[in-house]
Design a binder for this molecule. Structure first.
Ligand code: NYM
Ligand code: MG
Length: 215
């Protein structure tokens, strides 16, 4: 007997929207309910591309040009190990919960408004990676996010830029598999809502094929 595949869940949102907290909550609550589940995050700062990305994010300016850093973020997802291990987990019936994905790649680069880096180009370099079954977009006014701990330490964490990022994310919303969540509510209430939607998907999605994104 073949068992059902796991569900690919992605969290997106501006910086300090609460993604990492919700990813950890969801994985631990799913496991407690007996639904095997694991967490991934992009950028993965431990890999060779990840180290370059980490250095870029820690610097306040300069460094790599906009096209190069966009390609590095995509390469960080596309590296054979990342996608293979994600696919293996899913095929073994594990639900995979990912903190940021290609939508962050597109939104952050587009928000720069750099010449030649249009939406189609930004998407094209991530085309073919696994398509999420569901994307939770944690929506929060950028002003509220900026009040949260450690804000402003990394490149991109500036109010005006984050506002552009939010607009770019909203432009990527695909009603067929995105859920826009109110991230101003308590983390407990938000986690309950997310858990409910995910467990329903686990019951319904097991025999659907895994599809490529943006192809
Ligand atoms: N980021 C993240 C991008 O610019 N492109 C991408 O493809 C991804 C995955 O990296 N400010 C940006 C968004 C964040 C920063 O991510 C680091 P995190 O989740 O805040 O550690
Ligand atoms: Mg961040």
């Amino acid at each position: 007997m073949t068992h059902a595949r796991g569900v690919l869940v992605v969290f997106e949102g501006v910086d300090r929207s609460g993604k990492s907290t919700q990813v950890a909550q969801l994985v631990s609550r799913l496991n407690a309910l007996g639904h095997r589940s694991s967490a991934y995050r992009f950028p993965d700062r431990q890999t060779e591309t990840g180290k370059l990305i980490d250095a870029y994010l820690s610097a306040s300016g300069g460094g790599l040009d906009d096209r190069t850093i966009h390609l590095l973020f995509a390469a960080n997802r596309f590296v054979a190990e990342a996608m293979r291990s994600l696919r293996n987990s899913l095929m073994q019936g594990e639900t995979v919960v990912v903190d940021r994905y290609a939508f962050s790649g597109v939104a952050y680069t587009l928000a720069k408004g750099a010449q030649g880096l249009d939406k189609d180009w930004c998407k094209s370099v991530d085309a073919g990676i696994l398509k999420p079954d569901i994307v939770f977009f944690l929506d929060i006014p950028t002003q509220d996010a900026s009040q949260r701990g450690d804000y402003g330490l990394e490149r991109y964490e500036k109010l005006e830029f984050q506002e552009k990022v939010r607009t770019c994310f909203l432009d990527l919303v695909d009603k067929s598999n995105w859920k826009i969540m109110d991230a101003r509510q308590t983390k407990e209430a938000l986690s309950d809502e997310i858990l409910g939607i995910t467990t329903t998907m686990i019951q319904e999605n097991g025999d659907k094929p895994l599809l490529p994104l943006w192809q």
